[in-house]
Design a protein around this ligand. Structure first.
Ligand code: NA7
Length: 294
């Protein structure tokens, strides 16, 4: 497996494609906005005209696009991957979408003789840049083994969660956990600040205590510095909370915390902050509380 296609050159995909090229793969790239591929020519990424044309060129193809509608278009649209796919290829989807869609892709590409793996990632922009992502994988054990050279180029650990659909469940649960941790930290910082207490003391105690987490270190520092450079956007977390709630409703599992968090992300989007990092959610609450953390 030498020639790899990569589709979706956003925050995550562009960095993953670069790492594949650095590790010696020949990378063919496609993006809806073509400039984002041509920018990667210096890194060795060869631009393809359409997903269909790309599929005809490579041994394996990977996608990392925003949501189910985008993935459906790239994979199953008239000029999509399926139209150019060939027996024996491997398809890895690194996006976070619904289990229904990944199962549909396994069926449709499987009928063409293409192995499919669902592989949502965690580690955000920095993990994609450094090639240290954690990859949750849903596929057969045979396909998991086939994916290893590609996983090794973009991540530091791949966990086989079960068949297609399993990794999506795990990923969505992980993102709800992150959103809940961030919300708790942010509300605590906001109230501490309004009460006139130095929020640095709160972060110092968290770091020294049993409720310490590298996530609190990372986001606490960013909020203190008001650095809301996007690592993972409010729009994408809102999408994931919606996917989690859809799954919860279908399986009749009550998830009141996730429902409340989605409203929090609705609020931030309504305030025009959808493109910003999830760390910026609290800035919408600062307005409501009439104060700032710093
Ligand atoms: P970004 O930086 O928002 O990038 C999203 C990518 O998805 C980007 O390449 C977009 O192309 C592409 N996109 C969006 N809509 C479409 C449609 N309709 N058709 C084709 N391509 C599309 O997201 P991240 O890189 O942070 O995250 C990507 C995924 O990983 C997502 O599922 C996360 O939850 C995890 P554009 O450049 O806008 O033309």
């Amino acid at each position: 497996m030498k020639k790899i296609g990569f589709l979706g050159m956003g925050l995550m995909g562009s960095r993953m494609a670069k790492n594949l090229a650095v590790k010696g793969f020949t990378v063919h790239g496609w993006n809806r906005t073509p400039a984002r591929v041509t920018e990667l020519a210096g890194a060795g990424v060869i631009a393809a005209a359409t997903p269909r044309a790309l599929a005809a060129e490579v041994d394996a193809f990977c996608t990392c696009v925003s949501d189910p509608a985008a993935l459906r278009e790239v994979a199953l649209g008239p000029d999509g991957l399926l139209a150019g796919a060939k027996k024996g290829q491997l398809f890895i989807d690194f996006s976070t979408v619904s289990g229904e869609l990944t199962q549909q892709l396994e069926t449709e590409f499987g009928a063409r003789g293409v192995d499919f793996a669902e592989a949502p990632v965690t580690g955000s922009k920095n993990g994609a840049e450094k090639g240290t992502l954690v990859i949750m994988t849903g596929c057969t054990p045979q396909t998991f083994a086939r994916c290893q050279p590609i996983f090794g180029a973009v991540g530091e650990k791949a966990i086989h969660c079960g068949p297609v659909g399993a990794a999506t469940q795990v990923k969505l649960a992980g993102n709800v956990l992150i959103a809940a941790m961030l919300q708790g930290l942010s509300e605590g910082m906001l109230l501490t600040a309004k009460a006139g207490v130095d929020v640095r003391k709160l972060l110092e105690v968290i770091a020294a205590s049993g409720f310490r987490s590298p996530y609190f270190d990372f986001k606490g520092k960013a909020i203190l510095e008001r650095d809301f450079t996007t690592h993972f956007s409010i729009d994408l977390m809102h999408k994931d909370l919606g996917l989690f709630l859809d799954s919860a409703a279908a399986q009749q599992v009550p998830t009141p915390t996730a429902a409340s968090l989605r409203e929090t992300y609705n609020l931030a989007r309504a305030a025009g902050k959808g493109d910003l990092d999830i760390g910026a959610v609290i800035t919408a609450f600062e307005v409501l509380a009439g104060t700032r953390i710093v």
